[in-house]
Design a protein around this ligand. Structure first.
Ligand code: LIP
Length: 273
């Protein structure tokens, strides 16, 4: 495969995210969103599928050879040198209920050699490093971007994590994912943290929580059971904004536990990870 320009990949990702965001915006108010699947703690919309198809069409027009790992479908070589990581609508339940807190998340991952880091089998996602990422909120018209090694930006302006260092002044977001076991895993963390931080926020879109930490609106984000496509782009943006993205894959289906933070607050939250 010929090398992929990370900056050109970012530009194309931004174009794709804008296209999907425009499609989302056209359906924001509509209460007639077609539901493909509904469970106790999750909804999948027909619009999720349409947005991923639109994103893939834009990405493939410039980079036909890159594999895709997306919430609404996986294609190409699972061990490809490069892969797009796509969450076409992150915060789908918010969006389904008409709450304008949802976004498009697109990342480019590149395969790296990590055999020296692992004695046994390498967790599939650990064999990749995110090299470009975009998170686009069409409702606030906010586009967060980053290429590895360069500054993270919000609508083109450099961003940086907060400087807060005490839990008592921290704004911490939690995610409870979609299953009884992930809820049960996170409830004790909520009970421990709620009395120690300034406020807890549970907002339902991991990608936005990640970039809110990156730009200092939040100081940390903790979730058990989140998928790689929810957090890969936001994780790069956070790291390029001076933050820390701690994550471990907990099952082969790209499920992770994550602690995104500004650095100092993360040190005080390690016990909850
Ligand atoms: C959502 C995540 C959120 C998590 C939800 C869901 P989706 O992603 O962003 O953090 O708690 O369960 O996974 O499904 O809206 O793309």
């Amino acid at each position: 495969m010929k090398p992929v320009s990370h900056s050109q990949a970012l530009a194309t990702s931004m174009e794709a995210a804008l296209a999907a965001g425009t499609l989302m915006g056209r359906h924001r108010i509509s209460s007639r969103k077609k539901v493909n699947e509904a469970t106790q703690h999750d909804i999948k919309l027909e619009l999720d599928v349409r947005c991923q198809k639109l994103i893939e069409k834009t990405l493939r027009s410039r980079f036909p050879q890159v594999a895709v790992l997306g919430e609404e479908g996986i294609s190409g070589d699972p061990n490809a040198e490069y892969r797009w990581v796509i969450d076409p609508i992150d915060g789908t339940v918010n969006f389904a209920y008409g709450i304008p807190h949802a976004c498009v998340s697109i990342a480019l991952d590149r395969r790296i050699d990590v055999t020296s880091k692992f004695r046994g089998a390498v967790p599939p996602d650990a064999a990749y490093q995110t090299v470009a990422g975009v998170v686009y909120d069409p409702f606030c018209q906010e586009m967060w971007t980053a290429v590895r090694g360069q500054a993270a930006r919000l609508n083109g302006r450099r961003i940086h994590v907060s400087q807060r260092s005490e839990l008592k002044e921290a704004l911490v977001s939690l995610g409870f994912a979609k299953k009884r076991e992930t809820l049960n895993e996170m409830l004790p963390q909520f009970n421990h943290l709620v009395h120690r931080v300034r406020k807890i926020r549970i907002m339902g879109a991991a990608a936005l929580a990640m970039v809110y930490v990156a730009c200092g609106r939040l100081d940390a984000y903790l979730e058990y059971g989140v998928r790689w496509w929810d957090v890969s782009a936001g994780g790069l943006i956070l790291e390029m904004a001076g933050g820390d993205f701690t994550h471990d894959q907990i099952s082969p289906d790209h499920t992770h536990r994550i602690l995104a933070n500004n650095g100092p607050i993360g040190k005080r939250m390690r016990r909850y990870y």
